[in-house]
Design a protein around this ligand. Structure first.
Ligand code: CA
Length: 362
C-alpha cells in the first residue's frame, strides 16, 4: 500500500492522472500512468554494428514493453557529450542513461576495468556467470554507488582478435619497438614488453595503420574490423585476443532516475538489458562468422596464431600489471579476489566442456 501511495504521489506531482490506493482501477497489476522521457548518451558512432546498436535496442524494447510509458532517446558519441564523457554525464544527471565500456573509466575508477575485460581474463559465458550468479554484479553496483550510477551488463563482443599487424610476430623480440593501438591494461602489458601502446578512437585507426603512423592495431574482431576495412591497411591478422577475451559492455542509469521508476518499469529495464546483453553477443557470433569467411578467403590477408611463447610472455607481464593495480587500489583488490576465484574454478570446467568439445570439431 505504501508503494502505491508513493507512485500515485509522483504521478500526481507530474500532473498525470493516476489511480489512488483505494481506487478500483488500482488493483493488482495496474500500472502507474506516469510517463518518463529519458535521454541516453553513448561512446559509439550512430547505430554502429554490434556494440553501438545495444542501447537503441534497449530503448525500443523498453518503449514497446511499457506501452510508451518509458521513452529513451539515444544520442551517439559527440551528439550530446563526447565519446568518453558518458560516465560523467550520467553521474551528474545531465542525462539518465549511458552505454559504453567500464574500462574507459580507468584513471577515475580503476577497478571498473574488471567489469569489461582484463588481459587473459574471462570469456563471454564466464563473465555472465560471474556477474549474474558469482557476485560480480553486486560488486559492480557497490563500486558505482558513490558515483550515483546503477550499472547493467548490456552486450558482449565475445573473444576479440589479437589485431592487425604490418610485421610478423615470431618471438617476444618482435614486440620490441612495436607501435600499436591497444588501450587499457593490454596497452600497459605491451609497453612492458618493449612496445609503444597508442590510444586512438576507432575512427582514426584505419588511416594511422595505412600511413604507417602505427605498426599494428587491435580493434574488436572480424565483424567490426571488416566494417573499418582494416584488411586493406595490414597483412597479418593475429589471434587470439588475449587482451580482451570477452568484454562486457555497460548500460548505466543515474541513481535518482532509477529510484524514480515504479517497480514494473524497473523490471522492464532490467529484462531489456539482459535481453540485449545476449542479443549483442548473438549479433557478433553471426557477424563474425560471415566476416571471417570473407577475410579468410582474401588473398591479401594472412591469418596467424600468436606463437605460444609470446602468449606465455604476455600473460606473465599481465599478472604483474594486475598485481600492481591490486596492490595500489583496495577496490581493485576486493573485486579481483572475486574475479580470480571465479576464473580459477572455471578453468577446469571450460577445459572439459567448451574447449574439449570444440577440439572435436577438427
Ligand atoms: Ca579491443
Amino acid at each position: 500500500m505504501k508503494r502505491r501511495h508513493f507512485v500515485g504521489g509522483l504521478a500526481a506531482a507530474a500532473g498525470v492522472a493516476a489511480c489512488s490506493s483505494d481506487s478500483a482501477d488500482c488493483g493488482a497489476g495496474a500500472a502507474s500512468a506516469e510517463r518518463f522521457e529519458w535521454s541516453a548518451v553513448t561512446s559509439w558512432p550512430p547505430r554502429y554494428p554490434g556494440m553501438g546498436m545495444a542501447i537503441y535496442n534497449v530503448a525500443e524494447q523498453v518503449e514497446r514493453a511499457s506501452a510508451g510509458r518509458l521513452k529513451i532517446k539515444v544520442y551517439a558519441a559527440g551528439e550530446l557529450v563526447p565519446a568518453f564523457e558518458v560516465f560523467d554525464a550520467v553521474s551528474r544527471g545531465t542525462v539518465e542513461v549511458g552505454h559504453d565500456a567500464s574500462y574507459y573509466h580507468k584513471g577515475k575508477v580503476d577497478a571498473a576495468q574488471f567489469f569489461t575485460a582484463i588481459p587473459f581474463g574471462l570469456n563471454n559465458a564466464e563473465m555472465n556467470g560471474w556477474l549474474y550468479y558469482g557476485g560480480g554484479l553486486e560488486l559492480w553496483r557497490e563500486l558505482y554507488d558513490p558515483h550515483d550510477l546503477v550499472p547493467f551488463p548490456c552486450g558482449n563482443t565475445g573473444v576479440q582478435m589479437g589485431g592487425w599487424f604490418n610485421r610478423e610476430i615470431n618471438s617476444v623480440d618482435d614486440l620490441k619497438g612495436l607501435k600499436m593501438r591497444i588501450p587499457g591494461l593490454g596497452g600497459e602489458v605491451l609497453r612492458r614488453a618493449g612496445g609503444t601502446p597508442v590510444t586512438l578512437p576507432g575512427s582514426e585507426i584505419f588511416t594511422s595503420l595505412q600511413t604507417g603512423a602505427i605498426d599494428a592495431t587491435e580493434w574488436v574482431g572480424p565483424y567490426n574490423d571488416l566494417a573499418f576495412g582494416l584488411q586493406k591497411a595490414a597483412r597479418y591478422y593475429y589471434y587470439p585476443g588475449w587482451q580482451e577475451p570477452g568484454p562486457t559492455l555497460e548500460c548505466v542509469i543515474n541513481k535518482d532516475a532509477w529510484a524514480s521508476l515504479p517497480d514494473d518499469l524497473k523490471a522492464i529495464v532490467d529484462i531489456a538489458c539482459k535481453a540485449v546483453n545476449g542479443d549483442v553477443a548473438a549479433e557478433y557470433t553471426n557477424g563474425n562468422i560471415n566476416a571471417l569467411e570473407q577475410l579468410a578467403n582474401d588473398p591479401s590477408v594472412e591469418l596467424r596464431a600468436f606463437p605460444p611463447e609470446v602468449l606465455d610472455y604476455l600473460e606473465s607481464i599481465a599478472d604483474e600489471v594486475i598485481a600492481e593495480l591490486v596492490e595500489n587500489d583496495p577496490a581493485s583488490a576486493k573485486i579481483y579476489e572475486s574475479f580470480k576465484a571465479f576464473k580459477d574454478k572455471s578453468t577446469l570446467n571450460q577445459r572439459i566442456s567448451e574447449q574439449a568439445f570444440l577440439n572435436t570439431r577438427d
